[in-house]
Design a protein around this ligand. Sequence first.
Ligand SMILES: C[S@@+](CC[C@H](N)C(=O)[O-])C[C@H]1O[C@@H](n2cnc3c(N)ncnc32)[C@H](O)[C@@H]1O
Length: 210
Amino acid sequence: MDSYRTQYEKFYEAEDYYWGKEPADFLERLIALKPPRRGMKILDIGCGEGKDAVYMAKKGYTVTAFDLTEAGIEKTKKYAAETGVKINAYVDDINTFETDERFDIIYSSGTLQYLFDDKIASFFEKIQKMTNPHGLNYFNVFVRKTFITDAPDWDKEEKLWETGALFTWYADWKIHYLDETIFDCHSCDTPHQHCMDSILAEKMIMNYRK
Ligand SMILES: C[S@@+](CC[C@H](N)C(=O)[O-])C[C@H]1O[C@@H](n2cnc3c(N)ncnc32)[C@H](O)[C@@H]1O
C-alpha cells in the first residue's frame, strides 16, 4: 500500500463504494444555474468512484472525469455502465493533466488539497481557460484550523489550505456562492471533523482590463 501515491487506490479495490453512491449536494446548485442542454460539457476532477459524475451524466450532461486511482476509474466505468450512461473516465493527475477541450462546468470535490504548491497558479490558469464564457467552476478544499486535528484517513500528499485562499483565484468572476463550514465525517469508520471552503463562480466576459 505504501507504494501507492494515494491510499484511495487500495480503499477503492473493495466491492463497496467508499463514498457511497449519493451525489453531492452542490450538484443541485450547478444544475439550477446551468440546466443540462444537449452537448453541455462537464469535467469532474478527482472523481473517486464516480458517484457525482454518474449522477450528472444521468441528468443529461456530457461528462469527462478523471482520478489518480485505477480502481476508482474502473468503479466509475462500472457504475456508469450499470446505470446506462456513458462517461469519458480515465486515470490522470490533477498536477499534470492537459486537455484542449473546453467545458461548461468544471468541478472538483475533496481533491484540490492534492495540488502541489508550485502547481496551484498554473492549475487555476488552465482551468479558467478551459471554461466556456458563462461557464461555472465549483471547487472545495479542506482548510487548516488549529482546533481540528488531522483526519485519520489523511493522505501523505494532502495539504491543508489557509482559510480564504481558494476565493482569491476568482476575483474577476461572478461569485454565486462562497462558504466555510465545519462538518462531521465518518469515513474510515472513525468519527472526525473537517473544515471546508467552497466556491461556485461564473466566468464573465471581460469588458475592460485593469
Ligand atoms: C476525498 S476523495 C473525493 C472523491 C470524489 N470527488 C468524491 O467526492 O467522492 C479525493 C480523491 O482525490 C483523488 N486523488 C488523489 N490524488 C490525486 C491526484 N494527484 N490527481 C487526481 N486525483 C487525485 C483520490 O484518488 C480520491 O478519489
